[in-house]
Design a binder for this molecule. Structure first.
Ligand code: ADP
Ligand code: MG
Length: 592
C-alpha cells in the first residue's frame, strides 16, 4: 500500500523538483537539464513504439530535424505556439507515409530503411538549401531563453510519460505487444496491425518532432548536420537500452547517467567522443541486455530466501506410485500385436545409454516434470506416453538441452549432460524431431540435411556431407525430392525430412515427439514401418506417442506420465493393462 503510494507519487514529485531547477540561476544545470529532458523525452517516445513492437527505428534524427527545421524556416512568419503543433503534424504525416510504405517490411529491413530515411532527408535539406534558398543553414534569432526551453521540454516529457502510461493500460498497448510477439497471431485476433503500427509510429514521431521544435532556438544557427545529426538516433537507442527498453522508468533511468557522462566526455575528449559512445553501446548490449531496470528483478531474487527444497533424496525409482515395476532386463520379444507380426529387434546389449534421475522442471507455478527417473538401454525403443500436458515434450526438451532442469541429472553414455546446450547435445549423438514440424519452407530437402551431417562432426567436407545427405534421403524414400523446397512437400514427407535431418547426425539416440501424429491411416503404416526399420538397424529410440497401436507394436518398454510424474513403467502389454493407467490415461486415449 505504502509502496504503491510512493510509486504513484514519485513521478509528480520528481517532475515538480525538476521544474525548480531553472530557479537555481545556474546556467550549467539548466543546459544539462535541457539535454537530459530532451533525451529522456526522445527515448520515452521512441520506446512507446519500439519497446513492445520490437520495430527498431533509427529515424529519430529525421523527425527531430524536421521539427527543428519547421521552427528554423517559419519562426518569423508563424507564432511560436503554433509552430509546435505544426511540427507535430509534419512529423506525424511524414511518419505515416514512412509507416505505410515500410511497416510491411519487418525486422532488420525496417531498421535499415529508417536509417536510410534519416540520411536521405539530411541530404535533401542540404541540397535544398544550397540550390533553392542559397545558404547552407538558417539563423534562428528568438528571445526564447534556455529556461523556457527547459520548462517546455519538462511539460512535453510529463505528457509523453502520461501517454506512455495510459497506453500501456489500453487495448492499444496490448495490440502493440501482440504485434511484437507474433504479428500473424495478432491479426487473427482481429488487431488491425497496419493501422496500429502506423498510428503509433506517427504519434511517437510527432512527439520527437516537437522536441526538435522546442530545442531549435537553442542553436541560433541551424544546418542539416546539426538538425539531422545521426548521433542523436544512436544516443537515444543507447539510452533506451541502458535504461531497459520495455519499462516505464527505463528512458529516465538511462538518460540521467548517460547524459551526464556524455556531457563530461564531450568536454574532456571532444575528438574521441563518438568512439567512446560506440564502445559503451557494445558494453551495454553485452553486460545489461535488459537495461539497468532489468537488474531489479534479479536483485530481488537474490534477496529473497531460497525456495525450500522439495523432496530431498533422489536416486532411481523413488516413486511410490509405479504399479508395474521396471522391467529388470530388456524384453526379448517386444509387444507383438496382430497387425504387425514383426519381431525384429536389435541385439539386447543391456547397456544403459541414457539415464535420467530425479528430473524436475517447473514453468512458473506449473510443475511440468516432477521427480522423474528412468533408464534407456542401448537398442531399445522406449515409449513415453501420457495425457496431453503430462510433461512428455518437456522431458524431451530437457534431454535435448532446450531447457535446463531445476533439479536432477541426465547421464548419456556415462557422462553427465545436464545443462549442456542443444548444439552440444546434438554433437554428442542425441537427435530429435519436433512435435510441430520445424522445417524451412524455402530450403530444399538436401539443404535441410547437409548441415546436420556437416556440423554433427561426421562429414569432413561439404561433398562428404552432401553424399551422406543424399544417401539418407534416398533411404527414407525421398530421393525424388532432393532439390524440392520443403514447403512443397506433403505432411508425411515433411515428417520424413525431419527424420532425415535427425539421422544425418548419425545419432546414438533418436527422440521422436509424436512423429506419427497427424498422419492418415495409410501414411501411418509407412511411418510405423520406417521406425521399425530403424529399430531393426539397432537404433535406440525414444518414442512419444498417443496411438496405442503404435506403442504396442513399436515399443520394447514404456513409461506412463501423469502431471509430470511417472505412474507406470514396463512392457507395453503390462503397462496398458494397469488399472491406474487405464484410469488416468486410456480412458481418453484415441484407440485404447
Ligand atoms: P505433453 O508433451 O505431455 O503434452 P508438455 O511437456 O508439452 O506436455 O507440457 C507439460 C506442462 O508444462 C503443460 O502444463 C504445459 O503447459 C507446460 N509447459 C510446457 N512448456 C512450457 C513453457 N515453455 N512455458 C510454460 N509452460 C510450459
Ligand atoms: Mg507434447
Amino acid at each position: 500500500m505504502m509502496a504503491s503510494i510512493a510509486r504513484t507519487a514519485a513521478l509528480p514529485l520528481l517532475l515538480l523538483l525538476a521544474a525548480l531547477v531553472p530557479f537555481s540561476n545556474n546556467d550549467f544545470y539548466v543546459a544539462l537539464g535541457v539535454s537530459l529532458l530532451m533525451y529522456a523525452t526522445l527515448a520515452t517516445a521512441w520506446g512507446v513504439f519500439a519497446g513492445p513492437t520490437k520495430y527498431i527505428s533509427l529515424a529519430t534524427a529525421a523527425f527531430f530535424g524536421v521539427g527543428a527545421y519547421t521552427v528554423g524556416l517559419f519562426y518569423e512568419k508563424i507564432p511560436m505556439l503554433l509552430l509546435y503543433p505544426l511540427a507535430a503534424i509534419i512529423g506525424a504525416v511524414l511518419a505515416a507515409f514512412v509507416g505505410l510504405t515500410t511497416l510491411r517490411i519487418q525486422g532488420m529491413y525496417f531498421t535499415i530503411f529508417t536509417f536510410g530515411l534519416a540520411e536521405l532527408i539530411r541530404q535533401f535539406m542540404t541540397w535544398y538549401q544550397r540550390n533553392v534558398s542559397g545558404s547552407v543553414g538558417v539563423y534562428i534569432l528568438t528571445d526564447i531563453s534556455a529556461r523556457q526551453i527547459y520548462w517546455s521540454l519538462l511539460v512535453l516529457l510529463a505528457l509523453t510519460l502520461l501517454g506512455s502510461w495510459l497506453l500501456s493500460r489500453s487495448r492499444w498497448g496490448l495490440a502493440l505487444l501482440m504485434i511484437g510477439e507474433d504479428e500473424l497471431a495478432a491479426r487473427h485476433s482481429g488487431v488491425r496491425t497496419t493501422a496500429v503500427k502506423v498510428i503509433a509510429l506517427a504519434v511517437t514521431s510527432a512527439v520527437i518532432a516537437v522536441v526538435g521544435a522546442i530545442v531549435a532556438p537553442r542553436w541560433t544557427y541551424l544546418d542539416p548536420n546539426i538538425a539531422f545529426n545521426p548521433t542523436l538516433s544512436f544516443m537515444r537507442a543507447v539510452i533506451a537500452l541502458l535504461g531497459g527498453m520495455q519499462r516505464f522508468w527505463g528512458p529516465l533511468a538511462g538518460a540521467i547517467p548517460l547524459v551526464i557522462l556524455f556531457d563530461q566526455l564531450n568536454a574532456r575528449y571532444p575528438t574521441s567522443y563518438t568512439l567512446i559512445l560506440g564502445l559503451l553501446f557494445m558494453v551495454i548490449v553485452f553486460v545489461l541486455p535488459d537495461g539497468i531496470l532489468g537488474l531489479l528483478p534479479k536483485l530481488q531474487r537474490l534477496r529473497a530466501p531460497a525456495a525450500p527444497a522439495v523432496t530431498p533424496a533422489p536416486g532411481a525409482g523413488t516413486l511410490s506410485e509405479p504399479v508395474t515395476p521396471a522391467a529388470p532386463a530388456r524384453q526379448a520379444s517386444p509387444g507383438v500385436d496382430g497387425t504387425s507380426g514383426v519381431v525384429t529387434t536389435a541385439p539386447a546389449t543391456g547397456t544403459t545409454l541414457l539415464a535420467v534421475r530425479d528430473l524436475r522442471k517447473t514453468f512458473g507455478g506449473i510443475v511440468a516434470v516432477d521427480g522423474l527417473s528412468f533408464e534407456i538401454r542401448e537398442g531399445e525403443v522406449f515409449g513415453i506416453i501420457g495425457p496431453n500436458g503430462s510433461g512428455k515434450t518437456t522431458v524431451l526438451n530437457l534431454i535435448s538441452g532446450v531447457y535446463e532442469p531445476d533439479r536432477g541429472e541426465i547421464v548419456f553414455l556415462g557422462r553427465p549432460i545436464t545443462g549442456k546446450p542443444p548444439e552440444e547435445i546434438a554433437r554428442l549423438g542425441i537427435a530429435r524431431t519436433f512435435q510441430l514440424v520445424r522445417i524451412y519452407p524455402a530450403l530444399t530437402c538436401l539443404d535441410h540435411v547437409i548441415p546436420a551431417a556437416l556440423f554433427g562432426g561426421h562429414a569432413r567436407t561439404l561433398m562428404e556431407a552432401r553424399d551422406h545427405a543424399v544417401h539418407i534421403l534416398e533411404e527414407l524414400g525421398m530421393g525424388a525430392f532432393l532439390h524440392v523446397p520443403a514447403g512443397q512437400l506433403n505432411f508425411i514427407d515433411q515428417k520424413r525430412l525431419e527424420l532425415a535431418r535427425a539421422l544425418a547426425l548419425r545419432p546414438k539416440l533418436l527422440l521422436l515427439d509424436e512423429w506419427l501424429a497427424g498422419l492418415n491411416p495409410s501414411e501411418m503404416v509407412i511411418g510405423m514401418e520406417l521406425i521399425e526399420s530403424l529399430r531393426g538397424r539397432g537404433m535406440t529410440i525414444v518414442l512419444i506417442e498417443h496411438l496405442m497401436q503404435a506403442v504396442r507394436r513399436l515399443c520394447d518398454r514404456c513409461i506412463v506420465m501423469s502431471f509430470g510424474q511417472k505412474i507406470a513403467e514396463g512392457v507395453p502389454e503390462d503397462v496398458l493393462r494397469d488399472p491406474e493407467v487405464v484410469r488416468v490415461y486410456l480412458g481418453e486415449a484415441d484407440d485404447a
